[in-house]
Design a protein around this ligand. Structure first.
Ligand code: SF4
Ligand code: SF4
Length: 315
């Protein structure tokens, strides 16, 4: 596995990052021991980088995995929706406590959209940067589904790492094309910002052509790493082999799922509208007393985290 520094930071990460939303109750629903074993398996096979977020509510899996992985050998990213100093402190304290660690490698402002949202979250960004100076965080940045946020990031020296939505077909980019996003990513990387790609297999839409989608991202030299959600040992081994330009054994291939992920709303939906408000992609709407999903959905699963009835499932 290739390891690279994330931009100008001193944080060295594997080319493949373990996207951890997929192991949670709203997706594969692995138990804590199953999920932590999978993280440990990924680590044993060379993956030293995991992506999580406060909203995923999955710190416990990583805490359990850290009983096996030496802390200084593992890079953990989390994300927060904080927009004030106090909220940034709360998010960091929660992560430290629930992960059972005394520092987080990367802390990102989650789902930044534009110059306006960055300005609106600046107090939190500044605070995270100050917490970095105190040794609680090693790097600060943003995640985004929007080209506008990449463009605006140049104005904020605190942004050292960006986790942008990007994949072979540009699925999930909310304000332009794949190539427009790539242009802005390249500019940010040239400024020394670390880049790790998000949703390289389109949140599961591209599982049936995952190998090609991963190869596409692997060939872009200005991606330091890429986060891919994984649910099984076979997916871990398959993705590592592709990144290392190795053939995948037939035994592994035969155990891989080949159908794209899908999302369903169970019929006990109470039409509260939380999911509609939560979805940035305008991909879920309450119509005739029931939440309905449209073709904009990238199966990020974020709507499932705000559903009081737990009726949104990503399979
Ligand atoms: S409907 Fe849900 S899973 Fe689909 S894009 Fe919106 S928040 Fe993500
Ligand atoms: S959040 Fe859940 S219960 Fe509420 S409208 Fe959406 S799917 Fe239905």
């Amino acid at each position: 596995m290739e390891y690279k520094k994330l931009g100008n930071t001193d944080i060295e990460v594997s080319k493949l990052c373990f996207g951890s939303l997929t192991i949670t109750p709203s997706q594969a629903n692995l138990s804590i021991s199953e999920g932590s074993r999978l993280i440990n398996f990924a680590y044993d096979n060379g993956i030293n980088f995991i992506d999580t977020a406060e909203i995923y509510e999955n710190y416990e899996y990583i805490r359990e995995a850290l009983k096996y992985i030496p802390r200084d050998k593992f890079v953990i990213t989390s994300k927060t929706y904080a927009y004030t100093s106090e909220m940034a402190d709360e998010s960091l304290n929660l992560a430290l406590k629930e992960l059972g660690t005394d520092y987080i490698d990367l802390f990102l402002l989650h789902e930044q959209e534009s110059e306006m949202t960055l300005k609106g979250h600046y107090e939190a960004l500044e605070r995270l940067f100050a917490l970095k100076e105190k040794g609680y965080i090693r790097g600060v940045g943003i995640s985004t589904h929007k080209i506008a946020a990449l463009k605006a990031s140049e104005q904020f020296k605190e942004i050292e790492v960006i986790h942008p939505m990007i994949n072979k077909y540009g699925l999930g980019i909310l304000d332009g094309t794949r190539d427009e996003m790539l242009d802005e990513i390249k500019k940010a990387r040239t400024r020394g910002v670390g880049i790790y790609a998000m949703k390289v297999i389109g949140g599961g839409h591209l599982i049936s052509e995952a190998d090609e989608a991963i190869k596409w991202a692997n060939n872009i030299e200005y991606f330091d790493s890429m986060a891919i959600g994984m649910q099984s040992e076979e997916e871990v081994l398959n993705n590592i082999a592709i990144i290392n330009n190795r053939e995948v054994s037939l035994e592994i291939k035969s155990k891989l799922r080949t159908h794209n992920r899908t999302i369903d709303v169970e019929d006990y939906c109470i039409a509260c509208g939380n999911c509609e408000k939560r979805c940035q992609a305008e991909a879920i709407k309450v119509i005739d007393g029931m939440a309905r999903i449209n073709e904009n959905c990238i199966m990020c699963g974020y709507c499932a985290t705000v559903c009081p009835e737990f009726c949104i499932k990503v399979y």
